[in-house]
Design a protein around this ligand. Structure first.
Ligand code: UD1
Length: 317
């Protein structure tokens, strides 16, 4: 099996490539290295340096005996998407059209797509299952919904079977230290905590401690990136077995507060973590927790990492 991993030098993509190689599959990375890292490329995988907006190059990469595509390359910062929607429209929407057109032209029929819990917007209930209404509150979330809709049509009209994986809060790093390249400008909680532990930041600002949660801070569902990577390989195999297109939430169902993540960090490091309480961050839901029942029953996926302490340990290693 030969898989084209678009965005394979990035955070989740590099873990997916590792999982593919570990399972004996062939992988070719297509990445423009705008946010991914050269050091995240594995010697065992092929590499095409290319932009998702470069349609001819993408199509050529697709024609290289590819059986399935994993499509991760996208802009992903919620705040930035509200300030610069043009950038998100171009990269995420035009990028998705290019991927689907290149697949249609090259007759590649299996697609695993990086979606996000951001498609749900403010949760109406939780744990959130896949039937929860899609009501994105950021332009980023809107692009993910539209990308999923495009895939529905290409399934109907071109027979491209897809699996959209809606990640909750991706966190941690490969426990064996195989992935060295870290986000250049981290926006997410765990990489920020790492910077505090490393002394690159003075303290962790906790955005809001007056939410209706057990300690007043936001609850999230942190899912280990190696568990996410495993889900991609299961999803490819499922599609290549001829199963229909589907959407899966990927989370642990285990909600953890920001305060609990801070406490877990202190346990792992054995040192106090300097924190400061700051106002709520606009657009943050109080609770975001996945139901992963569908992924468990239909994909055969079960996260290995269920303790936030273990996840934090791999993030700090
Ligand atoms: C993240 C992603 C979003 C993705 C979603 C899926 C970003 C900016 N957000 O959202 O794309 O769709 O997961 O679940 O990439 N926090 C602090 N202090 C900080 C940073 C974060 O208190 O310095 C808090 C936040 O308020 C939040 C929690 O930590 O409650 C997690 O934040 P973050 O890592 O940014 O992820 P989400 O906003 O949940």
């Amino acid at each position: 099996m030969k898989v084209l991993v678009i965005g394979g030098a990035g955070y989740i993509g590099s873990h997916v490539v590792k999982e593919l190689l570990d399972r004996g599959a062939q992988a070719v990375v297509y990445d423009d290295l705008s946010s991914g890292h050269k050091i995240n490329l594995f010697p065992g995988a092929g590499f095409v340096e290319g932009d998702i907006l470069d349609y001819p190059k993408l199509k050529t990469a697709m024609e290289d005996g590819i059986d399935a595509v994993v499509y991760l390359a996208a802009k992903k910062a919620v705040g930035e998407s509200m300030e610069n929607p043009e950038l998100y429209a171009e990269n995420n929407l035009i990028g998705a059209v290019n991927v689907l057109n290149a697949m249609a032209k090259s007759n590649v029929k299996a697609l695993v797509f990086s979606s996000s819990a951001a498609v749900y917007g403010m949760p109406e209930y939780w744990p959130i299952d896949e039937e929860h209404p899609l009501n994105p509150i950021s332009f980023y979330g809107f692009t993910k919904v539209e990308m999923e809709r495009l895939m529905e049509w290409y399934d109907r009209l071109r027979g491209i079977k897809y699996t959209a994986l809606r990640y909750f809060n991706a966190a941690g790093y490969d426990a064996g230290g195989a992935i060295k390249g870290r986000d250049r400008n981290p926006q997410n909680l765990l990489p920020i905590i790492r910077e505090v532990v490393d002394g690159k930041r003075e303290c962790l600002q906790i955005f809001g401690n007056d939410y209706e949660t057990r300690d007043g801070t936001c609850v999230r569902d942190y899912v280990h990136v190696s568990d996410l990577a495993a889900a991609h390989v299961l999803a490819i195999n499922r599609l290549l077995e001829g199963k229909p297109s589907a959407v899966f939430n990927l989370g642990t169902t285990n909600g953890v507060t920001v305060q609990e993540v801070a406490a877990a960090t202190e346990k792992v490091t054995g040192k106090p973590l300097p924190v400061r309480y700051a106002p709520r961050r606009p657009g943050d839901p109080a609770v975001l927790v996945a139901s992963n029942r569908k992924a468990e029953t239909e994909l055969g996926w079960k996260p290995v990492y269920t303790s936030i302490e273990d996840i934090v340990r791999t993030e700090l290693a």
